[in-house]
Design a protein around this ligand. Structure first.
Ligand SMILES: O=P(O)(O)O[C@@H]1[C@@H](OP(=O)(O)O)[C@H](OP(=O)(O)O)[C@H](O)[C@H](OP(=O)(O)O)[C@H]1OP(=O)(O)O
Ligand SMILES: Nc1ncnc2c1ncn2[C@@H]1O[C@H](COP(=O)(O)OP(=O)(O)OP(=O)(O)O)[C@@H](O)[C@H]1O
Length: 495
């Protein structure tokens, strides 16, 4: 069972067996002859520096990486020691999941064994199921749809992961390593597979395919090995503290304000209300005790689910995990100024934005076992550290921040639409237990048709509230906000 999964995908198990073309590779190093500890079927390729198939730019990244890892490369780390090379005859199985930029597959070596990561060597005494849990998945890049958008390739991303992310998050980081695909001939078979299951894929990803590349990633498999007792919780923790640019009188954090903004400005039938979309990030990794997190998690599990009570207490434990505090402190340490004042050359700000857009994978027990009677998470890992290019994105980040401030998304107490007041559908930590503002300080988001001029359908005349006119699909918003109707504020009369 997976909760809050961004793009869940369960495909029928299908196995692709690629043909094995002859590719002339440089002789592997003596290390390769010995093979990799956990998988003799997968050799290690030592980059010599003059490979024609590696571009000059990629070679520079590899060189910088080996400098990072020498003179003391970590045990089992591919850099400084070579890169794993997938052999011909590998089988790519289930599509575990896909996003706009990548797709993730199960991978079986030609001899039927799985690949494991560095921490799993000591696990050889474990059962087959437990071994598989310590295994690796294949992550491959998709061909871009919006070709103009600048992207970082896997070598750049891996370098960033090693030099910027790993030192911050240490053992909380999802293990990820480069792998050479050129001998495995997997790209065409993967694309044939994607074509064959296209009708089962998420609508927005249909017709998207893997791009030809010599490089892929092997990533630590976070799928629970026993779905009966363990669930995988997957979500983006986002902005774990308030934006430095938020107004002083904000009653919503950056993320809850952004969720409200997206809900109102881009309304869609069936889009979950912000309270049901994501938990408020201020309730995660926050030292203060806040049982409200349980409330927000509750909504994700049907009330009929027998595990609901137990699951709630499990997730209540999850929010206090030190991993989130580490992530929050890193986000704060790298951004003191917020998008409005950040410089586009500020690499630290870009890092903060990457850390605000990563994914948390947590395996949690739903049933106590003999070995583990509490519901403590079995494993928490952060992944998906996509590099951000401020030269390209700063305008977007600033525009959003300005709209959140000017549109009242941080501060509004109410929404007003065609003579009716509504409670904003958010449940931010900052909204809890705050005193009601006096009438003259109330802030209202006033929803108007795109062609409507300010002033038409105005607020009751006795209300001197600060209003923020937002143009949107008013008919649709009336339906979306149906359950959030409130009486008009005390003291106001209908105009
Ligand atoms: O702007 P946000 O906060 O909505 O975050 C974007 C994400 O939206 P979501 O987490 O669903 O709200 C968005 O996620 P989705 O593609 O919507 O899943 C991207 O991660 C985007 O980053 P990039 O442009 O691909 O580098 C993210 O953009 P930034 O992190 O660069 O702002
Ligand atoms: N290590 C993992 N263990 C289990 N499932 C995973 C793992 N990595 C990715 N997935 C699944 O695959 C999906 C897509 O993977 P990934 O996040 O790498 O794609 P993406 O294109 O970067 O997504 P996005 O555009 O949303 O950032 C994830 O949402 C998740 O469900």
């Amino acid at each position: 069972m997976v909760l809050w999964r961004k793009k869940p995908f369960v495909s029928p198990t299908a196995v692709i067996t690629p043909s094995s073309p002859k590719i002339d590779l440089r002789p592997a190093s003596p290390r390769a002859a010995r093979g990799y500890a956990s998988s003799p079927a997968c050799s290690i390729y030592s980059v010599c520096g003059d490979e024609a198939w590696i571009s000059q730019e990629d070679m520079d990244h590899l060189r910088q990486l080996s400098e990072v890892h020498h003179p003391a490369p970590q045990n089992g780390d591919p850099y400084g020691k070579g890169v794993r090379l997938l052999p011909p005859g590998c089988k790519v199985g289930r599509l575990v999941g896909e996003g706009a930029a990548n797709a993730v597959f199960e991978l079986v070596l030609p001899d039927g064994s799985y690949l494991y990561h560095q921490n799993s060597r000591s696990l050889t005494h474990l059962s087959l199921a437990d071994m598989r849990c310590a295994g690796l998945l294949l992550r491959v890049a998709k061909a871009p749809i919006d070709g103009d958008r600048p992207r970082f390739n896997y070598l750049q991303q891996y370098q960033y992961y090693c030099t910027h992310i790993k030192p911050i998050l240490g053992s909380y980081i999802l293990h990820q390593e480069l792998v050479i695909l050129r001998d495995a001939n997997l790209i065409d078979p993967i694309n044939d597979f994607l074509r064959a299951i296209d009708h089962q894929r998420d609508l927005k990803f249909r017709g998207t395919f893997i791009e030809p590349s010599e490089w892929g990633f092997l990533v630590e498999d976070m799928q629970p090995h026993d779905p009966e007792t363990t669930i995988l919780v997957e979500f983006k923790p986002k902005w774990l503290s308030q934006s430095p640019n938020a107004p002083k009188n904000a009653i919503r954090c950056r993320q809850c304000a952004k969720e409200l903004y997206s809900y109102i400005v881009d309304p869609q039938v069936g889009k979950p209300v912000p309270t049901k979309a994501k938990p408020c990030p201020l309730m995660i990794g926050n030292d203060a005790s806040n049982p409200a997190f349980t409330d927000s998690v509750c909504r994700r599990v049907p009330s009929t689910d027998k595990r609901r009570k137990r699951l709630n207490s499990t997730l209540d434990v999850l929010r206090n995990e030190p991993a989130f505090k580490t992530l929050r402190l890193a986000q704060e340490a790298n951004d003191h100024v917020g998008p409005l004042k950040a410089d586009k050359k500020d690499a630290q700000f870009a890092l903060a934005m990457t850390l605000r857009d990563c994914t948390c994978f947590a395996q949690v027990l739903t049933t106590p076992t003999q070995q583990q009677d509490s519901f403590k998470p079995l494993k928490i890992r952060f992944g998906d550290f996509d590099m951000k290019m401020p030269e390209f994105k700063l305008t977007y980040w600033r525009t959003i921040e300005e709209q959140l401030i000017k549109g009242g998304f941080y501060t509004a107490d109410m929404i007003y639409c065609r003579g009716q007041f509504y409670r904003p559908p958010t449940k931010c930590y900052l909204e809890r237990g705050r005193p009601t503002r006096p009438m003259e300080e109330l802030e209202v988001i006033h929803l108007q048709e795109p062609q409507q001029k300010n002033g038409v359908d105005s607020l009751p005349p006795t209300m001197k509230s600060m209003t923020h006119a937002i143009h949107t699909d008013v008919n649709l918003m009336e339906k979306c906000l149906e359950h959030y109707k409130v009486r008009k504020p005390e003291g106001s009369q209908k105009g």
